[in-house]
Design a protein around this ligand. Structure first.
Ligand code: AMP
Length: 362
């Protein structure tokens, strides 16, 4: 089985690491010369709009999948003429546009913070009156890791905010006073079977995920599964999908979905029976889904900018290091580590050791 992947970053790389033992081969299409997944398969070095190279990809693979959601619609439409594409074009269309996404949640009775579509500075000023401050202005498309958004706290923040985000279509969202952020990673097979991983508690800084801790029997697990199942069924989704929520007053408010394997699911490589990467590949190739059971306690830490001393990390008990082979760049995710243990206290101790190495690396 040969899988085409649009995008050749670390998610593509980890897909290939999971699929190779299943006998799968991988071809990545990515415009970056130094795409880090290229070490694990063939690399078609081309732009996402380059039909000649997209055709070359489609002709040599059994199916195509994606490692990011901002894939141009025409890329998906073009590929779909020649080869099965998972997840489907509609899932990508919704997930790359924050307005369509929020409208979908609302139509499925999934709670969302008050929001409004913004297409001009005048509309922004009107929406601020009805939604109030603080609020978050976000570009409808191409936002990730906190990019393409601005928190508006006082009137002076509003005056040139629309232009600051590039005068592109946006949404304004009420600022959610959450007690925590959680995500649910789900896999849905071609036959409609769904498996859900345990809810993960996520800590972000500057809009970027830093730490994920998988919860044992989280009281909101069933509710998160119910909301996620609604989205999966509605989209007739095939593959892994991540749903990010805010915890508010003992309930869940939807933030966003990612129609792909997700950073907050990296812990599943070592700390779940079957990883999110393997389950995505199982789902799209029509294999039975693997178990999403958690193996003990675990936590995942992202390395931003640089990876700390590998020998030091390797010396920590049950610490699993992933260095993506990406060049240093401020703010870039270049690796992660997952620690695993039988007790939550031991995981905290392991995390402390990782943090000490990260501090020494600065
Ligand atoms: P996003 O790209 O929408 O996931 O936003 C990145 C991070 O910004 C989230 O994980 C939150 O920590 C924060 N954030 C996004 N939207 C809101 C909001 N409406 N209220 C409060 N914090 C938010």
């Amino acid at each position: 089985m040969k899988i085409g992947v649009i995008g050749g970053g670390q998610l593509g790389r980890m897909l290939a690491l999971a699929g190779t033992p299943l006998g799968m081969k991988f071809v990545f299409l990515d415009p970056a010369q130094d795409a880090c997944a290229a070490a694990l398969g063939e690399h078609i070095h081309a732009d996402y709009h380059d039909h000649e190279h997209l055709r070359q990809l489609a002709d040599q693979v059994d199916m195509v999948t994606f490692e990011f959601e901002s894939v141009p619609a025409d890329t998906v439409a073009f590929l779909s003429q020649f080869v099965p594409v998972y997840p489907c074009a509609e899932s990508l269309r919704i997930a790359r546009d924050r307005l369509l996404e929020k409208n979908l949640f609302r139509s499925l009775d999934i709670p969302v913070a008050p929001f409004a579509a913004i297409d001009s500075q005048v509309e922004l000023e009107q929406a601020v009156v009805s939604i109030g401050l603080p609020a978050v202005l976000k570009t409808r498309t191409l936002g990730y890791d906190g990019k393409g958004q601005k928190v508006l706290r006082e009137a002076s923040d509003v005056s040139d905010a629309y232009a600051e985000l590039g005068s592109v279509p946006c949404i304004l969202e009420d600022f959610v006073e959450f007690s925590g952020e959680v995500s649910l990673i789900a896999a849905r097979g071609r036959d409609g079977a769904c498996n859900f991983y345990p809810l993960v508690h996520n800590t972000h800084r500057d809009g970027v995920l830093r730490l994920s801790i998988a919860s044992a029997q989280h009281p909101l697990q069933k509710l998160a599964e119910q909301y996620t199942a609604g989205v999966l069924e509605h989209l007739d989704y095939v593959g892994v999908l991540a749903f990010e929520f805010f915890e508010v007053d003992g309930g869940l408010t939807a933030n966003e979905i990612a129609p792909r394997v997700h950073n907050s699911g990296h812990w599943t490589i070592e700390a779940a029976e079957c990883s999110q990467f393997e389950n995505h590949l199982r789902a799209i190739t029509g294999l039975p889904l693997g178990s999403t059971e958690k193996l003990g306690e675990s936590a995942m830490v992202n390395f931003i900018g640089s990876v700390p001393d590998i020998a030091g990390l390797a010396a920590i008990d049950d610490c699993h290091v992933h260095a993506y082979g990406k060049a240093f760049k401020e703010g870039r995710k270049v690796g992660h580590a997952t620690v695993r243990s039988t007790s939550a206290q031991a995981v905290q101790r392991q995390l402390g050791e990782i943090r000490a190495l990260m501090a020494a690396d600065k």
